[in-house]
Design a protein around this ligand. Sequence first.
Ligand code: FES
Length: 162
Amino acid sequence: MSSVKIELRQDQVDKIHAICDSFDNQPGNLISVLHKCQETFGYLPAEVQEVISEKMKIPAAKVYGVVTFYSFFTMTPRGEHPISICTGTACYVRGAEKVLSEFKKQLEIEVGETSTDGRFSLSCLRCVGACGLAPVVQVGDKTYGRVAPDDVKEIIAEYERL
Ligand code: FES
């Protein structure tokens, strides 16, 4: 996990405050606030979590606990081409895990990490509603179906050329 310290600008802090306010600073709305902040910043670094914690009066450890519990939250900036592997039941049964290991091997990163050149990041998703195409992989907005481990190299190569 990268521990690069980032400095939030005042307008970014204001933006986080506004999001917390729009959910009435209610601790029960923490997940919605985190979603909105991730949509805005692309990820949820410790610095963003701290501002939320202070503003909503929720202990920082609790905010961190929620962020790390749910796989759709991330603490690292996503790569230029974010790769998501569906690990829902249908995809899992049809070999998503082998596809995922191949991506990890080819990119030399783990789930939740971004390649050192910032081009690719890896994450897992729950069912994306395309079970007929299992196993499913998404790269940015593009969906690939019936992906086999042997296809992984080719998929990555498509984006390396971009
Ligand atoms: S389980 Fe992967 S698309 Fe449904």
